[in-house]
Ligand binder design. Structure first.
Ligand code: PLP
Length: 283
């Protein structure tokens, strides 16, 4: 497949960067994953706004306009056609003559974009969605999880902990016993017909899917929803648990720490909201 690297379109095998790249040496960079359904990027503007917020937070100036980004994405999508895929975009602070922690005086960021396969989870028949399983784990990450940073070692280790116990995702809990998010997803719970998700803060990534779900639920008006702290006790006794992300969409969690969630199958509120999401995605 063809990828974009620093102004050029080239085959993946030909795309190379220096071993002195700060993305490699320090994880000094940020990224985005933008889902593309039926050839159309979903919520592109929101992803680009978040990318710019991440770049600003790490003080990495990048002179690429939204029009230029769109042209890069269009070219990549026409070179790599597919019904459903994702655009993966990564910007590191670039490579310099030697390894030094301090920012270089002159910045030459490394800019990389590729397409990745994406299997939509929410298709025509919601009956086919089996749901996933999760474990809880202490959140061991840093205090700026709102930055979509490529420094993902804690996330990777949390996720592997889940896989090692046969689960789909690790739901993270902070030192005060509050749910933050998943290792690569946001978390929603349903209690007595109310949809609840932890508030935006430095402790979580402000998920584009999370924001879309909240928007759909509020506009629809069938279920009340709240952005507020969720205790681990509220999580373990919830009627429904969902995790959301650009690639997982809205995935119902049917078992937590080996114990069934609610009736142990995707819940009724999930079904309703997944339907709203499905309609939005198709439109
Ligand atoms: N939280 C973390 C830590 C993530 O890595 C992700 C995305 O993969 C999300 C939340 C969900 O964000 P989005 O819905 O924008 O994909």
């Amino acid at each position: 497949s063809d990828v974009y690297l620093n102004g050029e379109m080239l085959p993946l095998e030909k795309a190379q960067i220096s071993v002195l790249d700060r993305g490699f040496l320090f994880g000094d960079g940020v990224y985005e994953v933008i889902p593309v359904f039926h050839g159309h990027p979903l919520r592109l503007e929101k992803h680009m706004e978040r990318l710019n917020a991440s770049l600003a937070a790490i003080q990495l100036p990048v002179e690429i306009t939204i029009t230029e980004w769109r042209s890069i994405f269009d070219q990549l999508l026409s070179r790599n056609p597919g019904q459903h895929q994702a655009l993966y975009l990564q910007i590191s602070r670039g490579s310099y003559a030697s390894r030094q922690h301090g920012f270089p005086t002159e910045t030459r960021p490394t800019v990389f974009v590729m397409t990745m396969p994406l299997a939509p989870r929410i298709n025509d028949s919601l009956d086919d969605v089996k749901g996933g399983t999760a474990i809880t784990a202490p959140d061991q990450r840093w205090q700026r999880c709102d930055i979509k940073s490529t420094s993902l070692l804690s996330n990777v280790m949390h996720h592997q902990l889940a896989l090692n116990s046969g689960a789909t995702e690790a739901i993270l809990v902070d030192a005060e016993g509050r749910v933050t998010e998943g290792s690569s997803s946001n978390v929603f719970i349903v209690r007595d017909g109310t949809i609840i998700t932890p508030p935006r803060s430095h402790k979580i990534l402000s998920g584009i899917t999370r924001a879309l779900v909240l928007e759909l639920v509020v506009n629809d008006g069938t279920y009340p929803c709240e952005e507020r702290d969720v205790s681990v006790n509220e999580l373990t006794t919830a009627d429904e648990i969902w995790i959301t992300s650009s690639s997982k969409e809205i995935l119902p969690i049917i078992e937590l720490n080996g114990i069934p969630v609610g009736k142990g199958k995707p819940g009724g509120v999930w079904r309703h909201v997944a339907g709203l999401y499905q309609t939005y995605k198709a439109g």
